[in-house]
Design a protein around this ligand. Structure first.
Ligand code: ZN
Length: 220
């Protein structure tokens, strides 16, 4: 059976932010790459500068941005789960985790990447991670994929220790920036600041572009 990476995150742009280089590196190794995006980020406050969206059009514009980013990141399968932005924590957890379990059983991934619940800053991020972990925990041990969890809160290293997985994604830095740029309504300022920091030789910005870090998630 072919190796398969399944990324499950809540927002269009989460993939470009934290997992872009990792997806490209697995793709280059011949893995199949699926991204299941829970929402269309339709409650986002940014409309672009100058604005290119409004409250009505934002979800369709973000969908197109996500499709553009998916092409740059060579994602084989883009699955839109159609949940409402900023409401994942209010979903029925049993129902949603059953749906995610079905998705995982259909995809048969070797590896799942999602947010580390409790260490991912945004309520949608934490709720997404929690429901994915719940879905996997409900599976028989021998059927569970490996999970690499993305933790982004300040306390991550103090609480969880150093990340066990550090992916060197230097060779994909341009594609990663291009994918971020595809999210025009949301990422203009981030891209501008990142490019400025890179020009200035800012170590933290360079490190963030060149390495992607994940924690193993234990179900015991
Ligand atoms: Zn997000």
């Amino acid at each position: 059976m072919d190796n398969h990476l399944l990324v499950i995150l809540p927002h269009p742009d989460d993939e470009s932010f934290g997992v872009a280089g990792t997806m490209l590196s697995y793709k280059e190794k011949g893995w199949k790459i699926t991204y299941a995006c829970m929402t269309l980020g339709d409650m986002g406050r940014n409309m672009g500068n100058p604005p290119i969206a409004n409250r009505e059009t934002l979800s369709q514009i973000r969908k197109k941005e996500l499709e553009d980013a998916a092409k740059i990141l060579k994602i084989d399968d883009l699955i839109l789960l159609g949940l409402r932005d900023k409401t994942i924590e209010f979903e029925n957890e049993d129902k949603l985790s059953a749906r995610i379990r079905k998705l995982i059983e259909d995809c048969q991934p070797t590896l799942v990447i999602t947010f580390y619940p409790g260490y991912s800053i945004h309520p949608d991020h934490d709720a997404c991670g929690a429901v994915v972990m719940k879905a996997i925990a409900s599976m028989p041990k021998e059927n569970r994929p490996t999970v690499h969890a993305l933790a982004i809160s300040r306390e991550s290293i103090a609480d969880l220790g150093e990340p066990q997985i550090v992916n060197d994604v230097k060779s994909y830095s341009q594609q990663k920036l291009d994918a971020l740029k595809a999210h025009k309504t949301q990422m203009q300022e981030v891209v501008r600041q990142t490019e400025l920091a890179l020009q200035e030789g800012n170590d933290e910005a360079i490190d963030r572009l060149n390495y992607e870090r994940f924690w193993l998630y234990s179900f015991e």
